[in-house]
Unconditional design. Structure first.
Length: 211
């Protein structure tokens, strides 16, 4: 159970940066997510030859959720779980999970970082708008991830795909370990879906343009 004294009200959020608010100075337990990232499903592939390059610079997170604190929401109130932190900023852990999932797209499609090559064929943009544990009346929360994804063809700056991607995963109990496990499952669902959409759209777009 997460007792109420372990939740810190962060309205305004800037107040949560004060060290004295983090559970009386006890060392924080560190957690990670993203290990359950799933491989994307099979989808049409472009004709073999040289790889199609997709540039991905990393997901954009909202300020309140991108750091290493575990964000919760109850109605209009948001809180951080005291004495518990992500082992790295949530945005970095999410990117690691997505890059592992996108890695299954090779060799026909290869993911690169901006600057790795002179010019990529497509640009993948991921805007994570919600990444929080939401209490909706039940004792245990749901891990909620909501993102907007864009895929842009670099040759003419055309948006060839734009999709909302989301996942809700209920925690088994109102414990930090259960909440972390729910985030892990939600991340796996979202990253696999982004990979599926990327591979399907790049494959179809490349096949159509080659005809």
């Amino acid at each position: 159970m997460i007792p109420h004294r372990f939740l810190i009200l962060v309205l305004p959020i800037a107040l949560a940066s004060c060290g004295g608010l983090l559970g009386g100075g006890r060392p924080a337990e560190l957690y990670r997510f993203g290990g359950a990232a799933a491989a994307p499903a099979e989808a049409p592939q472009p004709a073999m030859g040289q790889s199609i390059l997709v540039s991905y610079r990393g997901a954009d997170f909202e300020a309140e959720s991108r750091g290493d604190r575990i964000l919760t929401a109850t109605g209009a109130s948001v809180s951080y779980v005291a004495e518990a932190r992500w082992i790295a900023p949530a945005s970095q852990l999410f990117d690691g999970a997505l890059m592992r999932s996108l890695g299954h797209l090779s060799p026909a499609i290869r993911i690169v970082r901006p600057g790795d090559v002179p010019r990529a064929d497509f640009t993948l943009s991921v805007d994570v708008r919600r990444f929080e544990a939401v209490y909706l009346g039940a004792e245990a929360p749901e891990a909620l991830i909501e993102a907007n994804v864009q895929l842009i063809r670099r040759s003419d700056r055309t948006i060839v795909g734009e999709w909302p991607v989301s996942s809700r995963e209920p925690a088994d109990a109102n414990r930090v370990t259960s909440i972390v496990a729910a985030f892990d499952r939600a991340t796996a669902t979202v990253t696999a879906r982004i990979s599926d959409l990327t591979r399907d759209t790049v494959g179809r777009t490349s096949i159509s343009s080659s005809r």
